[in-house]
Design a protein around this ligand. Structure first.
Ligand SMILES: *[C@@H]1O[C@H](CO)[C@@H](O)[C@H](O)[C@H]1NC(C)=O
Ligand SMILES: *[C@@H]1O[C@H](CO)[C@@H](O)[C@H](O)[C@H]1NC(C)=O
Ligand SMILES: *[C@@H]1O[C@H](CO)[C@@H](O)[C@H](O)[C@H]1NC(C)=O
Length: 396
């Protein structure tokens, strides 16, 4: 049985009775545990990831996500693949920071409290196809980490010029005090399937994906990053775009309607990611790592939707046709030409607030809010520490 101790609360480290009490608290009251340390006061967030946390990157590079994306919260497309906010938006908001602008967005952006390097379709490993061939973003995680290094170096120079730059760029010490968030890996796993690999073949390359992930974490650490908040990957076997594209037998579908082999692969990736994070914690002792089990939260709400106020968890709110209201040729916001006139086929559903899945690939604002509410208090984290305390090192 492991127990944790907040490193800044020194009495906790030295007093055995304190530790035993702590253990008892953990055993009987479960997590979340309330800590007595001061909240972290993160001045900025630097995010790395895929569409689950893209706040405008792919839109800036390749053209905007179409309406009705953004309809629920922003009232217009806002670079996000959702009807509203993403988990990263709720993270920023709860830390008292503005929503993150995309690094690639060259118009009207403000990076004074962080930058978002995530783009939809990003993978950890470089893919050997372009966006137009395989559908994956050219901004793989290694590219995102180069962008981060550039951002750090160049923003320092620009900040020193003064003027408006001082109001648009982070202070130098923000880089060592910021929260570094990661939500990436799902596309590496689906990439193999979409190329026709078997589940066994996909499993075989997971260690290579995590090796590449490790290189990037070390690079960000080398740039001075210290506080890491790492989401594991979700149950992509519950997502229409996978279920629709890769046929399974009835025996491979679970009671929630999700694809068992896909979710097994996601869980294997997550187990290895958790080991990788534990290893990084030892390798990089000056850093603090929080591994967040987003998978469990997403799977539990998809498998028991009514309990949490949702319905039709496997059906896209915004889409067109079929069992899952998902069509890979006509996506959310997709139009076709009928007799020379454009007709919107990928329409939104009536009650996005009661739906989990937005467009067959991504979550609704309501779904994202649900996940955020579950993960922010540390209940799904290893170690079990709340978001606002994620700068504190917990010692076993
Ligand atoms: C891309 O090709 C190289 C060289 O063949 C290979 O080593 C690498 O694993 C490939 N990447 C992916 C994601 O398949
Ligand atoms: C950038 O955002 C920060 C925080 O919201 C704000 O204080 C600052 O004035 C903004 N800069 C500009 C040029 O608007
Ligand atoms: C397109 O125009 C043709 C000729 O006017 C008409 O017969 C047909 O029903 C129209 N199709 C649709 C889908 O409106």
């Amino acid at each position: 049985m492991a127990f944790y101790c907040l490193s800044m609360a020194s009495h906790c480290l030295s007093k055995l009775t304190g530790s035993v009490l702590f253990l008892v608290v953990l055993l009987f009251f479960e997590v979340p545990v309330s800590f007595s340390g001061p909240p972290c006061d993160f001045p900025a967030i630097f995010n790395f990831g895929d569409s689950n946390s893209d706040t405008g990157g792919l839109s800036a590079a390749f053209g905007p996500a179409p309406p009705p994306n953004g309809e629920t919260f922003f009232g217009a497309p806002a670079g996000r693949y959702s009807d509203g906010r993403l988990i990263i938006d709720f993270i920023a908001q709860s830390l008292g920071l503005p929503y993150l602008n995309a690094y690639l967005d060259s118009v009207g952006t403000n990076f004074s409290h962080g930058t978002n390097f995530a783009t939809a379709g990003s993978t950890i490993r470089r893919q050997n196809t372009t966006l137009f061939q395989g559908g994956f973003s050219p901004f793989s995680l290694d590219v995102q980490s180069w962008q981060f290094s550039q951002f750090k170096a160049r923003s320092r120079k620009a900040y020193d010029k003064g003027g408006v730059y001082k109001d648009l760029l982070p202070l130098e010490d923000y880089f060592s005090r910021a929260l570094y968030t990661f939500d990436i890996g799902q596309n590496d796993l689906t990439a193999g399937y979409f190329q026709g690999m078997t589940t066994q073949e996909v499993k075989t390359y997971i260690p290579d994906v995590l090796d590449k992930f490790t290189i990037v974490i070390k690079s960000v650490y080398g740039e001075g990053g210290r506080f890491f908040w790492i989401h594991n990957t979700g149950p992509f076997g519950c997502l229409p775009y996978v279920l629709d594209r890769i046929p399974l037998t009835a025996a491979q579908i679970d009671r929630a309607g999700c694809g068992v082999p896909f979710n097994e692969v996601a869980q294997l990736f997550n187990a290895k990611l958790k080991e990788t994070v534990a290893w990084l914690r030892k390798e990089l002792p000056l850093a603090t790592f929080t591994y967040v089990d987003v998978y469990s939260v997403k799977y539990s709400v998809i498998s028991q939707p009514t309990k949490h106020g949702f319905e039709h968890p496997l059906v896209a709110c915004c889409g067109h046709g079929g069992k899952y209201n998902y069509n890979m040729h006509v996506g959310c916001g997709g139009k076709i030409k009928v007799n020379g006139t454009e007709v919107l086929l990928g329409k939104s559903c009536e009650k996005p607030l009661s739906r989990i899945n937005w467009d067959g690939v991504h979550y609704t604002e309501a779904g994202n809010k649900y996940v955020f509410d579950q993960i922010s208090n540390g209940k799904f984290s290893d170690p079990p520490i709340p978001l606002r305390m994620a700068c504190h090192k917990l010692v076993r």
